[in-house]
Design a protein around this ligand. Structure first.
Ligand code: ASP
Ligand code: MG
Length: 412
C-alpha cells in the first residue's frame, strides 16, 4: 500500500480534543488506502518547559541528559495519538526514536539522522497495522544514548521518514494554512502560495520564515520528497496548503517569490585591520571557534595597508564575538584599532528562482528602499536572493514596500 507521512506540530496536538481532531484526518487517509506514518511534536509549550527544567536543575548540563529530558514531550503525544486512533478502531501503535530505530550522530541537541531502517515498521504494516505513530525530534546514537535533532526537528524527522519509506507525500500540518509571500503580520497583502520551489523555500526558511525547519527543506530537496504545508485547523482538501516541490513542477512563477526578514541581526566592524594575506582567515577562524554564526561579510577598500572588516551575526552572539576578537587581539593573532557593534539592524531579503534569468531585481530593490529613505548598510546576493541590512526600525516599512513593488499580492 502507498505510504503517506503526516506530521502534526505542537499546536495541532496541544489538547486531547485537538489530538482527536487530527486523528480523524489520519483516519480519512487510512480509509483512502494509505499506510500512514504520523510524526508528532510535543504538545505546544511542552518542550520549552522541559528545557527550562533542565536549565534550572543544571546550568552547565550534561547534553545527554538534556536530550533524555527534552525528547520526552514527543513520547507523550505519540502514545496519546496511538490510543486515540485505537479508540477509533484504526490499528495503530507508537514508536519512540530508538525503537524504529532512528539512527543519528551523537551531536547531542543537534544530532543528524544517519539512517532509518524500515524493517520493523514495515513488518507491522504487513501484519495489518495501518498507522505508525512516531515521536518526532528524537533518535538514538551509536553509543545507545537518546539524541534530539535541534528545535523544530520533527519537521526533519517527517521528511526523513518520507524519504526512507518512499512516501507519496509528506504533509506538514501546522497552525498556518501554508507558505506566504511574506509574514501576514507584517504585510496584510501577503498571499498564500499554491506552490513554491525547494530552493526558494530553503532560502526563505534560512532567512527567517519560520514555517519549516531549514534542515527539513534541505533533506526534501535532496531526496525529492513532495512536501505540503497545511493547517490542521481548516477543512481537509487535496489542494489545501502549499506544495514545496521541484521547480519543474511550477509552470509559471514570478521573478520574486517572497520577502523574508529577520529582526535580530547585528552588524560588527573591526576598524583598521592590517590588509594582508591571512587576516580574514584569522578573524573568521576566531569567530567560528567561538561558535559565532557569521552571515554577511564586507571588507572595505584598503588605504595605506589598513582596512575595515564588517560582518553580521545574530544579536545574541555579539558578546561572544566581541570576546573572541578581543582575545585574538591580546594574544597577537589579529590587530585592529577598535571593534564596533550595531545591534539595531535587521535583514530583509527578496527571494526567487526567476532571478537567475531576470536582471534588474537588485536595482529595483535598492530604488524601492531609497524612495522610502531607508539606508542600506550591507548587501549580499546569491543566485536567487538579495539581502540587505538596514536599521531595525525600518524593517516593516521595507518589507511592505518591497512586497508592493514586486506585486506579490498578485498571482503569477
Ligand atoms: N518539540 C520540539 C520543539 O519544540 C520539536 C518540534 O516540535 O519540532 O522544538
Ligand atoms: Mg515546528
Amino acid at each position: 500500500m502507498p505510504v503517506l507521512v503526516m506530521k502534526f506540530g505542537g499546536t495541532s496536538v496541544a489538547t486531547l480534543d485537538r489530538i482527536r481532531r487530527v486523528a480523524k484526518r489520519v483516519g480519512v487517509e487510512v480509509a483512502k488506502g494509505y499506510d500512514v506514518i504520523v510524526i508528532v511534536s510535543a504538545m505546544s509549550g511542552k518542550t520549552n518547559e522541559l528545557v527550562g527544567w533542565v536549565n534550572e536543575t543544571s546550568p552547565l548540563y550534561d547534553a545527554r541528559e538534556y536530550d533524555a529530558v527534552v525528547s520526552s514531550g514527543e513520547n507523550v503525544t505519540a502514545g496519546l495519538m496511538a490510543l486515540t486512533l485505537q479508540e477509533m478502531d484504526v490499528p495503530a501503535r507508537s514508536w519512540q526514536g530508538w525503537q524504529v530505530p532512528v539512527l543519528t550522530t551523537s551531536a547531542h541537541s543537534s544530532a543528524r539522522i544517519e539512517d532509518i531502517p524500515t524493517d520493523n515498521i514495515n513488518a507491522k504494516f504487513a501484519e495489518g497495522m495501518r498507522v505508525a505513530v512516531v515521536a518526532g525530534f528524537q533518535g538514538v546514537s551509536a553509543e545507545g544514548r537518546i539524541t534530539t535533532l535541534g528545535r523544530g526537528g520533527s519537521d526533519t524527522t517527517a521528511v526523513a521518514f518520507a524519504a526512507a519509506f518512499d512516501a507519496e507525500r509528506c504533509d506538514i500540518y501546522t497552525d498556518v494554512d501554508g507558505v506566504y509571500t511574506t509574514d501576514p503580520r507584517v504585510s496584510e497583502k501577503a498571499r498564500k502560495l499554491d506552490k513554491i520551489a525547494f530552493e526558494e523555500m530553503l532560502e526563505l526558511a534560512s532567512l527567517g520564515a519560520k514555517v519549516l525547519q531549514t534542515r527539513s527543506v534541505e533533506l526534501a530537496m535532496r531526496y525529492k520528497v513532495k512536501l505540503r504545508v497545511l493547517s490542521s485547523f481548516e477543512e481537509q482538501s487535496d489542494t489545501a496548503g502549499t506544495l514545496v516541490c521541484d521547480e519543474e513542477e511550477i509552470m509559471e512563477s514570478k521573478v520574486v517569490a517572497g520577502v523574508a526578514f529577520s529582526r535580530d541581526e547585528a552588524k560588527m566592524t573591526l576598524v583598521s585591520v592590517a590588509d594582508r594575506p591571512g587576516i580574514a582567515a584569522r578573524i573568521f577562524t576566531a569567530l567560528s571557534d567561538a561558535g559565532v554564526n557569521v552571515d554577511m561579510i564586507v571588507q572595505n577598500i584598503a588605504e595605506e595597508g589598513r582596512t575595515d572588516m564588517t560582518w553580521s551575526c545574530p544579536t545574541i552572539e555579539v558578546q561572544r564575538a566581541q570576546k573572541a576578537v578581543e582575545e585574538a587581539k591580546e594574544n597577537g593573532t589579529i590587530n585592529y584599532h577598535e571593534v564596533i557593534a550595531d545591534v539595531d539592524v535587521a535583514k530583509v531579503s527578496v527571494v526567487g528562482i526567476g532571478m537567475r534569468s531576470h536582471t534588474g531585481v537588485a536595482a529595483k530593490m535598492f530604488q524601492v528602499l531609497s524612495a522610502e529613505g531607508i539606508n542600506i548598510k550591507v548587501i549580499t546576493t546569491s543566485e536567487i536572493k538579495i539581502s540587505v541590512l538596514i536599521d531595525r526600525k525600518y524593517m516593516e516599512l521595507a518589507v511592505q514596500a518591497l512586497h508592493d513593488a514586486f506585486e506579490l499580492e498578485k498571482a503569477a
